[in-house]
Write a new protein. Sequence first.
Length: 114
Amino acid sequence: QVQLVESGGGLVQPGGSLRLSCTVSENIVNIYAMGWFRRAPGKQREVVATITSHGSTNYSDSVKGRFTISRDNAKNTMYLQMNSLKPEDTAVYYCHAPGVDPSWGQGTQVTVSS
């Protein structure tokens, strides 16, 4: 069974940075699109950013200019660099890779608080 393992979450002060990683247990070079999603307390899961195998990216308006998504196909890993974090970024962040089973990771908690 394929595994998607997120890491890099934690507690950070407002204005701080974190880098999330999602490592997939199989070759991701043929996975066309991957993405990061998040679920804040009491809210529905929402897309944060997506990236295609060609490197095309899209971001939600709430993170544009602060977050950067990237992928390293040689390492089977996707990243999310999060800068200028705000309390409203507090959520569980999930990696999503359509086309593999399961397509969701277990999530990693990001808490932005002073």
